[in-house]
Design a protein around this ligand. Structure first.
Ligand SMILES: Cc1cc2nc3c(=O)[nH]c(=O)nc-3n(C[C@H](O)[C@H](O)[C@H](O)COP(=O)(O)OP(=O)(O)OC[C@H]3O[C@@H](n4cnc5c(N)ncnc54)[C@H](O)[C@@H]3O)c2cc1C
Length: 381
């Protein structure tokens, strides 16, 4: 066992840090921090990410992707601005699902555009009455008598990239046999209505409602339900969870760094706060928790690379990462006193951003029940 990064991994991490500090954070700073970025700005960002090889991180090199290991992907992703990292996970996750289901042969131009960051993708599963339980999907799929067209009717909610997406990977339920069916819906061929849902965190991003009112989708856009598609869907969950854990921890670290600077400067009772024992205990506590949660996330990604990922490990990685991050942000705010509540410091924004990562791909309760199922052999879901 070796806990050192390889020299290639260090270079990748440093390159991601440079990309963020020189290109991505300055670009975000040019726009209001509480308003979703425009599509042209998002395309600019995706093209920067494409040059770095991140838009197709999970797509094999043979299909034009960069085929990164999931651990390397996590090392790079955690250095990106969190709002961009979330958009990227949705885009790259969708692109890799499409590629795994053979879409690269049917839609080579579309896949090339997605990999080059010229088009943006989203995955739409959640609905107003379908959240943690994906089996309750209601979006209706009605097939024409000749089978050449499917008509989609229903609403999808909380869809990352929804309002800026050129293509949506949509799951619906077929009329008749009630089977789940996935479609690659191209916005310019099969337009749907997309609106933004304002949220408390990651406010430059896009969390959207998509309404399908008898939207006609050509037959060739149906995505197979074969084993390899299902395997890729499962693989995406196994990887996304530790990725969300890492992103939460990175945001928490920024809150912690602010608090650390603050207690080093601020004096009360005749001495710097940093010299007080209770303050040091709080800082040691969160530092140890961050480091252990991050190792758990790395270990879940490494297990995925070795084909040994388990639902329990990946669920625990996200659960631990998000819980640690939420606690860290809360303590960091506390250590700054009233200043921790001032919006000008940006520290409260970190707490709101972490909350956004706590929900997708498994809430705290759902992750607990997934891990609990593996540990006890009893399914409490
Ligand atoms: C930032 C963000 C990005 C997202 N991106 C996407 C996306 O790109 N595509 C997409 O399809 N969806 C996306 N989602 C939606 C997300 O997947 C769902 O919000 C999530 O699955 C939870 O569903 P819900 O919000 O309906 O909560 P519900 O399932 O209604 O749960 C509500 C509460 O009940 C708890 N609960 C549920 N079941 C149980 C149980 N059996 N036992 C105990 N407690 C339970 C939950 O933990 C939660 O606390 C995103 C959400 C967010 C916040």
């Amino acid at each position: 066992m070796n806990f050192e990064l390889t020299s290639e991994q260090r270079q990748l991490q440093e390159a991601a840090i440079r990309l963020s500090s020189k290109a991505l954070y300055p670009l975000l700073a040019e726009h209001p921090r509480d308003t979703p970025l425009s599509k042209p700005v998002m395309l600019q960002i995706f093209q920067i990410l494409a040059e770095f090889g991140l838009t197709g991180a999970r797509v094999p090199e043979a299909l034009g992707g960069s085929g990164l290991s999931m651990l390397d992907y996590g090392l790079a992703l955690e250095q990106l601005p969190p709002v961009i990292a979330l958009a990227l996970i949705a885009h790259d996750g969708t692109t890799s699902r499409l590629c795994a289901s053979g879409a690269a042969e049917v839609f080579p131009d579309l896949i090339a555009d997605l990999l080059a960051g010229r088009k943006i993708a989203c995955t739409a599963s959640t609905e107003p009455t379908t959240g943690s339980d994906p089996r309750s999907i209601k979006l209706r799929v009605r097939e024409s008598a000749d089978g050449n067209t499917a008509y989609l009717t229903g609403t999808k909610q909380w869809i990352t990239n929804g309002t800026i997406a050129d293509v949506a990977f949509v799951t619906g339920k077929r009329e008749g046999d009630g089977e789940l069916q996935r479609y690659l819906v191209e916005y310019d061929v099969s337009p749907f209505v997309a609106t933004e849902i304002p949220c408390i965190g990651l406010q430059q991003g896009h969390l959207s409602e998509l309404v399908f009112d008898d939207v006609a989708v050509p037959r060739r856009n149906a995505i197979g339900n074969d084993n390899s598609t299902m395997k890729t869907l499962t693989q995406a969950w196994l990887v996304n969870r530790p990725l969300f854990g890492l992103l939460s921890l990175r945001v928490a670290e920024r809150a912690k760094e602010f608090a650390l600077d603050y207690v080093r400067e601020r004096s009360q009772f005749g001495a710097k706060l940093a010299s007080k024992q209770l303050i040091q205990e709080a800082l040691v506590d969160i530092e140890a928790s961050i480091q252990s949660a991050r190792l758990l996330c790395y270990s879940a990604l490494d297990a995925a690379d070795r084909g040994q990922a388990t639902q329990a490990l990946s669920a625990m990685a996200k659960r631990q990462g998000v819980a640690t991050a939420e606690r860290t942000a809360s303590i960091a705010i506390r250590l700054c006193g009233a200043m921790g509540l001032a919006t000008e410091t940006g520290i409260e924004q970190h707490a709101r951003d972490i909350k956004m990562f706590s929900i997708p791909d498994g809430t705290y309760e759902i992750l607990t029940l997934i891990a609990g199922r593996d540990i006890t052999g009893h399914n409490a879901l």
